[in-house]
Design a protein around this ligand. Structure first.
Ligand code: BG6
Length: 480
């Protein structure tokens, strides 16, 4: 469904995220006809660039980072015709009137701040004081949203001085991923799973976001964040919330976000004994020169590039059920998934015929988005009653080929901004609640001065992470 005409001002338009994700995402939405030539995208950054040069850069970005779909030069030209460019420095007064002059009264106005969080407040203030932002305008903010609770609170206060919460779109791109939304459909549009979705039937849950790449090129930012701030406080937290939340009464922004906040507020403090932190040391037991410390340019770094935590949601539905979370860089493979382990049947009538394979529902985010349910069946064939494990498997691309290419998270999220739908964006109180949970955990290891345990690049993470789950008599699902 086509969206209304819009004027989108993209701050940080020459930056990495804009080139890799935002501009290609906009192009693909244009390509499939979701918006027309009545829309404008105004790139902005400090660089003195002509509109022509920005168009050429964007065409390159689409060719380099666009999705793997057939694209004609005419389509790219049609899109870049919608682009304009204005150089502004967020900390100076000049250039803002030029942006103002380019905006139309009858188009949706959106301001996308793909810039460091230190510039959020300056840009928000100038947009508001110059009258560029109207009461219906939207402001979009990239992560990280703060570094801790105090910084997130002051960012929220500063933003709310100029924009109302209904205008603020805090991005967590995990919420735009196809399977993440499918998790809500699976849970709340089927009657099969929800009656079992509680501590009586579920043994534990594993949430994994494993990456095979390191922090090359982003060491400066990452070394001040680590896996906890970069991934757990936001992306894994969102996956946990959607897995654990109560059914909202409606699929509306505040109903969904209210339920997510309740999950975060129900999280128990995590003792240090329920955490394993690691740092990759390169291949061959650290003999190569591509360790985290090399990439971060900090030979004494104590920042974790891997973390595993055992978390508990202390409420009626989940009391006593562990959620094991893990995420890390330079691991053996790229895998993101949520695995829900159901309890074994109370009694095995097939003793002597093989093992009952516990049911596991795996919701795969990437690669091969889809859902798998591990079951136990009779081994087909003449051998009598023998049990074996078999998967009910659905890879969305195979099952629903006519639905076409799944949208990239950014495609969906940017169009939601234009439509004015905040369901897949984080509310201010939600971000603060997540920091409120994360801060004491981080302070715990900082106070103890604990260094993360080294692990080999290309492995499955540090040994401590295995211990964390083995001591409960459970095992991680394999990565790759
Ligand atoms: C970003 C993190 O938010 O998410 C990166 O800052 C991480 O460190 C990335 O690599 C992972 O996103 P995806 O979509 O590739 O799983």
């Amino acid at each position: 469904i086509p969206v209304e005409p819009f004027d989108l001002v993209l701050f940080g338009a020459t930056g990495d995220l804009a080139r890799r994700k935002i501009l290609p995402a906009l192009f693909h939405r244009f390509q499939i006809g979701q918006f027309s030539d009545k829309c404008r995208i105004i790139g902005s950054s400090r660089s003195a660039l002509t509109a022509e040069a920005f168009r050429a850069q964007t065409a390159d970005a689409i060719r380099d980072f666009g999705q793997d779909v057939e694209t004609t030069p005419a389509e790219i030209a049609g899109f870049t015709d919608l682009l304009d460019y204005v150089a502004v420095d967020a900390r100076s007064d000049s250039g803002w009137d030029v942006i103002h002059g380019k905006l139309r009264d009858d188009a949706v106005r959106a301001f996308y701040l793909s810039v460091g969080p230190s510039l959020f407040t300056d840009i928000a203030r100038r947009l508001s004081e110059t009258g560029i932002a109207t009461p219906d305008s939207r402001i979009v903010l990239e992560k990280p949203f703060g570094h801790d609770l105090a910084s997130a609170q002051s960012l929220n206060t500063a933003l709310r001085a100029h924009f109302e919460e209904r205008q603020i779109y805090r991005i967590d791109h995990y919420l735009g991923k196809e399977t993440v939304q499918n998790l809500m459909a699976l849970r709340f549009a089927n009657s099969l799973f929800e009656p079992l979705w509680n501590s009586s039937h579920i043994d534990h849950v594993q949430i994994t976001v494993a990456e095979s790449i390191g922090v090359e090129g982003r060491g400066d930012y990452y070394d001040k964040s680590g896996a906890m701030r970069d991934m757990v406080q936001n992306h894994l937290m969102q996956l946990l919330c959607l897995t654990a939340m109560e059914p909202p009464a409606q699929f509306t922004p505040n109903a969904v976000r209210d339920e997510k906040v309740k999950v975060i507020e129900a999280l128990r403090p995590v003792p240090q004994s329920s955490i394993a932190r690691g740092q990759y040391r390169g291949r061959n037991a650290g003999k190569s020169s591509d360790s985290y410390r090399d990439h971060a340019g900090n030979p004494a770094s104590r920042t974790e590039s891997y973390i595993a935590l055992k978390v508990e949601v202390a409420n009626w539905r989940w009391a006593g059920i562990p959620f094991y979370l893990r995420t890390g860089k330079c691991l053996r493979d790229r895998v993101s998934e949520i695995a829900v382990y159901f309890r074994d049947p109370p009694h095995n009538i097939f003793a002597g015929s093989g093992t009952v394979h516990g049911n596991v529902l795996v919701i795969r985010l990437q690669p091969d988005e889809g859902i798998t349910l591990k079951t136990t069946i009779k081994d087909p064939g003449p051998g009598g009653m023998r049990l074996t494990g078999a998967n009910l498997d659905m890879t969305f691309a195979d099952e629903l080929p006519e639905s076409g290419r799944p949208q990239d998270a950014y495609e969906r999220l940017i169009m939601d901004v234009i439509r004015g739908n905040q369901t897949l964006f984080m509310r201010g109180d939600e971000v603060e609640a997540a920091w409120n949970w994360a801060d004491p955990i981080i302070a715990g290891w900082e106070d103890a001065g604990e260094a993360p345990q080294p692990y080999d690049s290309g492995s499955t993470g540090p040994d401590d992470s295995l211990l964390l789950i083995h001591r409960d008599g459970r095992r991680w699902r394999s990565i790759g």
